[in-house]
Design a protein around this ligand. Structure first.
Ligand code: ATP
Ligand code: MG
Length: 749
């Protein structure tokens, strides 16, 4: 704690110090992970305050997450030993939300407007698409949502879109029409969607120079962390807040009467950590900074203070495989440290058991839970891990995401199972009545509920008598069909296990199809989560062959209630690689390092996809300070099917001498009926090299193949087309496996 600005730079290296002390219109700091970018931002803010150059209220700092914002505030306050009240440290969305609340009337909104989340927007779009006759043109609400979101991120409104739409293309014409209807409806409902928060703020500042002047007068210095991940709308927002005011709107200091120059800007970023291209993030915002802000100063930081040399070298080796990047010269004097531990599990439970075992050991040796994190590419990887953590009573928190059983799609699926298991569960019946959206609105739901009450029936039973409500033929038919489906599933549940019931209901209800039609990464994650639930249910069934649906549901409810255990040494953090950006932990576990998981299978068909995946890997590795574990599983069970996976090609990029291969867990071996493959990690890596040419392989029923682990087998079924073709193979060694042809370690004989 020191109010002396010079003391604030005492603990910085010369480049960092230069960055903190620099004064001028625009400053760009570009540097690799862990080089102190965020620390420089924090110190720079404290330096302005300590030197009494700025009041807290004159500063606007933008961070990527709310967690980062509150950490930055704490750091600044502890540096200056005073409150930072009045200072805005916010995310783009929360800063814009606050501006819009104040200025809503200028946009024709009430200040108590609603913010629509993705599912609200989706439901609205669905209705509009139906009205526009989009079923015939085959446009899914998810597609329309993605198109509209992209347009908004590019600051194009419905009119722009309509003007540029190709009228002869029916899809474009309908999307243009729906976009306009969507905007109209949002406004009528006094609502903004998520993208609006930013784009509408930009429009506001552009349309109302006096408002722009007011915020420029207030915010004299703007600082942006993680600048590499800003999209065009976010970039434009910064531009509006720092662009010179026209003469007729010039702003003046209240006290001195002097004209006030545009606000100053500091941005920090690392193009190697740009991981939001799918949301329109544009690295050009960094590369073209100097053109946009002439006279800007650029400072490079090269010393990494976070990680040991082994971790840093490993991360550098991985990212250096990306083409078109400026080589960086990141070094550390932290010493080589421990080797990177690499573990190959034969399935996801084995992998989870190993990770949790290590966590327990580290905790016994004195590492706090809060200093450890498990990072993964998608949320679908957490169920086995969460189950293991629960069993071992280790407190954990899923950061930036709901715990598995709190997720919407999981709750939806469980509600379906619940109404099938217990017809009197009105809450569950009402929850799923319109899931996926089948056009049954709240009014109808209320009518049915009232009818049920009058006739003393459970809601579920009232559904079957919906014909008596006089609802109109289409709606009546829809609800009757829904009731019929529930009855069928009920019948099925008497004969089959819970997993079969879930599997059928996901297709039969249309839920799976509704998610599959989506381009939203969140919906892809939902499918994976549902598949993970199904996989878990199959496993549960294997252990509880006599178990009924209601047994399962009761067990899940109890397990979810056990979530509350806390411990004074904190909790383990579980999060996706996207969420982990900017954070650091003593020990990091990077799980699911398989082809198709990381790099994610979706990235294979996308231009630049693999490079973005590699940046994610780099972000993940560079979160670790002292110890890094990297794990993979040779098979995972998804959607009740067990598929083989080969280790991620990214593992090949890490020099061998930085790694140690660690052994397999015995206990889990016993639990599994699967024979542990004799492949060593090195062997598995060779496999990766061998299967890289599999891309063009297509299989037919009857083909014979040789698999690295299972030996020879015969293709008994194929589905899908390349590159997504899967083949079911019966191996002479016993098992039948479903394999993703382009990735499986197989050769055609
Ligand atoms: P990322 O790219 O991951 O966001 P970053 O560049 O923002 O990383 P910081 O998080 O600011 O890096 O710093 C990484 C770690 O190094 C932090 O723990 C920080 O306190 C520490 N650090 C940075 N500079 C110094 C320094 N000069 N002396 C001591 N520790 C430092
Ligand atoms: Mg940072």
């Amino acid at each position: 704690q020191d109010n002396n600005p010079d003391a604030l730079v005492a603990n910085l290296n010369p480049q960092q110090r230069q960055a903190v002390e620099y004064r001028g219109k625009a400053l760009l700091i570009v540097a690799g992970a862990g080089s102190g970018k965020t620390r420089v931002l924090t110190h720079r803010i404290a330096h302005f305050l300590a030197a009494k150059e700025l009041w807290p209220s004159q500063i606007l700092a933008i961070t990527f997450t709310n967690k980062a914002a509150s950490e930055m505030r704490d750091r600044v306050e502890s540096l200056i030993g005073a409150s930072s009240e009045g200072m805005w440290i916010k995310t783009f969305h929360s800063a814009c939300l606050q501006i819009l609340r104040r200025e809503a009337d200028r946009l024709g909104y009430d200040s108590n407007f609603t913010v629509y989340d993705t599912s609200d927007s989706r439901a609205l779009l669905k209705r509009l698409l139906r009205e526009a006759g989009a079923e015939d043109a085959d446009i899914k609400p998810q597609q329309a949502a993605a198109i509209i979101s992209n347009a908004k991120n590019e600051l194009k409104d419905a009119e722009d879109f309509a003007r540029n739409a190709d009228r002869s293309n029916p899809k474009e014409r309908i999307v243009a029409e729906v976009f306009q209807g969507y905007e109209r409806e949002l406004k009528r409902n006094n609502a903004f969607d998520f993208d609006d928060l930013i784009s509408e703020t930009v429009h506001l500042l552009r349309a109302h120079p006096e408002v722009r002047g007011r915020y420029q007068k207030r915010f004299r210095h703007i600082l942006v962390d993680e600048y590499q991940d800003t999209n065009h709308a976010q970039y434009a927002l910064i531009r509006e807040l720092t662009r010179p005011m026209p003469d007729e709107y010039a702003i003046f200091d209240d006290r001195t009467g002097e004209q006030i120059p545009p606000a100053e800007l500091t941005v920090v970023g690392d193009s190697d950590q740009s991981i939001y291209a799918f949301r329109g993030a544009d690295i050009r915002n960094i590369t073209e900074f100097e053109r946009d802000f002439p006279g800007a100063q650029t400072i490079l930081l090269e010393q990494n203070y976070r990680s040991t040399q082994n971790i840093l070298s490993g991360a550098n080796a991985v990212i250096s495989q990306n083409p078109y990047r400026k080589a960086k010269n990141l070094w550390t004097d932290a010493g080589s440290g421990e080797l990177i531990s690499v573990f190959t599990g034969y399935d996801e439970r084995n992998e989870a058991a190993y990770v949790v075992d290590q966590i327990k050991q580290l905790h016994t040796q004195g590492t706090n839970y809060r200093d450890m994190a498990v990072l993964y590419r998608t949320n679908a990887l957490t169920p086995s891990l969460e189950a293991e953590l629960k069993t071992q009573r280790i407190p954990y928190a899923v950061i930036g995401g709901l715990k598995f059983f709190e997720r919407k799609e999981i709750k939806d699926a469980l509600a379906y199972l619940s109404i099938i298991s217990n017809a009197r569960n009105d809450e569950a019946a009402r929850r799923v009545l319109n899931i996926p959206a089948r056009g049954v609105g709240e009014k109808t739901e209320l009518k049915i509920a009232q009818f049920a009450r009058e006739n003393d029936l459970p809601f579920r039973m009232a559904l079957a008598r919906v014909g008596e409500l006089g609802l109109g033929p289409k709606l009546t038919a829809t609800i009757e069909e829904f009731a019929q489906m529930l009855s069928e599933l009920e019948a099925l549940s008497a004969a089959e296990g819970p997993a079969e019931v879930l599997k059928l209901l996901l297709t039969r209800s249309g839920y799976r199809a509704s998610l599959e039609g989506s381009r939203d990464p969140q919906d892809e994650a939902r499918i994976e989560n549902l598949d993970a639930l199904l996989g878990q249910l199959y496993q549960w069934q294997a252990v509880n062959p006599e178990g009924t649906l209601s047994d399962y549901l009761a067990e899940v409810t109890l397990a979810a209630a056990a979530d509350e255990i806390e411990d004074e040494s904190g909790t383990i953090s579980l999060m996706t690689l996207h969420t982990a950006k900017g954070l650091e932990y003593h020990t990091v576990f990077l799980i699911g390092l398989e082809q198709g998981t990381l790099p994610h299978i979706r990235s294979f068909d996308e231009p630049g996809g693999l490079q973005e995946e590699r940046r994610l890997m780099y972000v993940g590795m560079t979160r670790a300070k002292q110890k890094l574990y990297i794990t993979n599983a040779l098979q995972r069970t998804l959607f009740g099917n067990t598929s083989s996976f080969v280790p991620s090609s990214f593992l090949n990029d890490i020099p061998q001498e930085l790694c140690e291969q660690v052994g397999q867990e015995r206990r889990a071996l016993r639990e599994s009926n699967y024979q542990a493959p004799r492949t060593s990690w090195q062997g598995a890596l060779n496999t990766v090299a061998a299967v890289r040419d599999n891309k063009d392989l297509t299989l037919e029923v009857g083909d014979r193949v040789q698999h690295d682990t299972f030996g020879t087998g015969k293709v008994i079924a194929v589905s899908g087309t390349p590159p997504k073709q899967t083949a079911e193979v019966r191996f002479e060694s016993g098992p039948t496996k479903r394999l993703l042809v382009k990735m499986a370690p197989i050769v055609k004989l």
